[in-house]
Design a protein around this ligand. Sequence first.
Ligand code: ZN
Length: 306
Amino acid sequence: MKAAVYYGIRDVRVEEMQEPKPGHGEIKVKVKYCGICGSDLHEYTHGLFPMSYFGHEVAGEIVEVGTGVEDLNVGERVSAFSKGGYAEYMVASVDQTIRAPDDVSWEKLAVLEPLAVAANAVARGGIKAGDTALIAGAGPVGLMLLVSLKKIGAKSVYVTDPTELRRKKAEELGATRVFNPLDRKIPAEIREMTGGDGVDYAFEAVGVEGSMKDCLASARRGGIVVVQGIFTERVPMHMLGFVSKEITMMGTTSLNPKLAREWIADPTTKPELIVTSIISLDDIQRRGFEVLTSDKNKDIKILVAP
Ligand SMILES: [Zn+2]
């Protein structure tokens, strides 16, 4: 079978290799799509993380089950979040797999994993219907947060992003207002939109100093800042504002696949709208990683079809 192999920074090659065998508690999946994740892009430009999950946003069909697998059967459609999805076949452990709801599209199933990350952030933050929120960054993470917040019934959701394509997508997905953080002072805009108070929740979905600052400065007194961006640099923070406004800050990175599965079963929830391209496995470097790391105005979520 064909699979993409990580050789090093900006060096991913598609090679012929043996099909994997499912072990105890594992299933073998024929991959329909594998989404390119922001964490994969960081690895592409900065090097593999110690616990790498290269290629983990998978929609596919079970073709074989290992010993000890009772709940899943050959022929069933699943979303899998084990690594190794940039291949025609992958092996996933049962606890990193969730069965597809009836009648969902392959595209929707392929974005279940990023939606599950947002679902966890939203559940962990405790946001409720009627709350207000800022999302700094309208990449896949920020847009999945937007889908989640709309689903929960947040009253107003403001979204910032420097690229037009991503701001437009945020509008399409129901953002109350979008801002370009490069030409507006976000905290001042947010105060104006919220009667001087600031938002109940601010979500950092980029992983850079500017958006972190915007989140801290835009949250209301007693507000909550949820940090989900992947930071590769240290960030100096204005701690006095953090203390005097009695802000709570929390980091989040794990998944809530059950909640995401419930959400995708609803036909009016459309996380798959973030998919902007579907490419072949052979094009993964040139039309996938290179595009997403060089021009954020061209694509948002790219699915690889092995
Ligand atoms: Zn991911």
